[in-house]
Design a protein around this ligand. Structure first.
Ligand code: C2E
Ligand code: CA
Ligand code: CA
Length: 235
């Protein structure tokens, strides 16, 4: 599935995230039901690679068909970083499908960065040389390793949806934190994406704060590639 990301300013679709869905015998299964198992038994490495290959294929198809193309981000489990040469397989895919690297982004969770800082620093240096960008996923959800941010040259902070799922009493405090994250990201030359945004009110607040992108049900839910094409790149 693809979930669109919208520009906060123009409210146009400018990118998307690839999110896995499993079509089982009894219907669709969401990643929360199998990702943690796959992280325990190692199968996540195959899954991430598969989703990445599908993404490369899709981008190269859009280019071939002269359709509108946007940057697609894919999730990378922390386990990948324990395998020293995993990036080589990914680079092979990029070359195989002749994907311009400007259309690819990797999402790495805050917790992975906390665990494997040095490997992730090396990884980011390498992908930057290739023209690929990288975002810190679920930022603010765990041990926000502010100390690590000074070493990690990521391009984008994805502000976790937890800040937007709150009751009235906590609202003000949550928004102060989001505002500070956006401000900090700007000072670090990083972009911000707000995740899990479900209401117009939140969109308006994020606009005022200068958050760059919004990903959430307010604009669009994750959808099949077919639906995505029908909605956005008919050309
Ligand atoms: P994530 O990377 O944080 O992805 C965002 C999740 O938030 C998605 O759940 C998306 O459907 C959901 N979401 C987006 N907007 C809203 C909103 O406005 N409200 C609410 N309530 N939810 C929203 P999904 O697709 O079920 O994926 C769950 C998690 O599974 C992902 O969280 C990611 O950590 C993991 N995942 C998904 N695909 C992959 C993959 O290919 N590889 C790896 N390693 N992990 C994946
Ligand atoms: Ca993600
Ligand atoms: Ca996230």
């Amino acid at each position: 599935y693809l979930q669109p990301k919208y520009s906060t300013d123009s409210e146009e679709m400018v990118g998307a995230e690839a999110l896995v869905r499993w079509h089982g015998k009894y219907g669709m299964i969401y990643p929360n039901e199998f990702i943690s198992l796959f992280e325990r038994n190692g199968f996540i490495l195959h899954l991430d690679h598969y989703i990445f290959e599908q993404t490369c294929k899709q981008i190269s198809r859009w280019i071939e068909e002269d359709k509108k193309c946007v940057k697609i981000s894919v999730n990378l489990s922390q386990l990948n970083f324990e395998k020293t040469n995993f990036l080589d397989d990914y680079i092979f895919m990029i070359q195989k499908y002749k994907v311009p690297t400007e259309y690819i982004e990797f999402e790495i969770t805050e917790s992975a960065i906390y665990k494997d800082t040095q490997r992730i620093i090396n990884f980011i240096n390498r992908i930057h040389e290739l023209g690929i960008t990288c975002s810190v996923d679920d930022f603010g959800s765990g041990y926000s390793s502010l100390n690590r941010l000074k070493e990690i040259q990521a391009d984008t902070l994805k502000i976790d949806g937890i800040f937007f799922k709150i009751n009235d009493d906590e609202n003000k405090r949550a928004y102060s934190i989001v505002r500070s994250i956006v401000e900090m990201a700007k000072n670090l030359n990083m972009k911000t994406v707000a995740e899990g945004v479900e209401s117009r009110e939140q969109v308006d607040l994020l606009k005022k704060m200068g958050c760059d992108l919004i990903q959430g049900y307010y604009f669009a839910k994750p959808m099949t590639v077919k639906d995505f094409e029908e909605r956005y790149n008919k050309k």
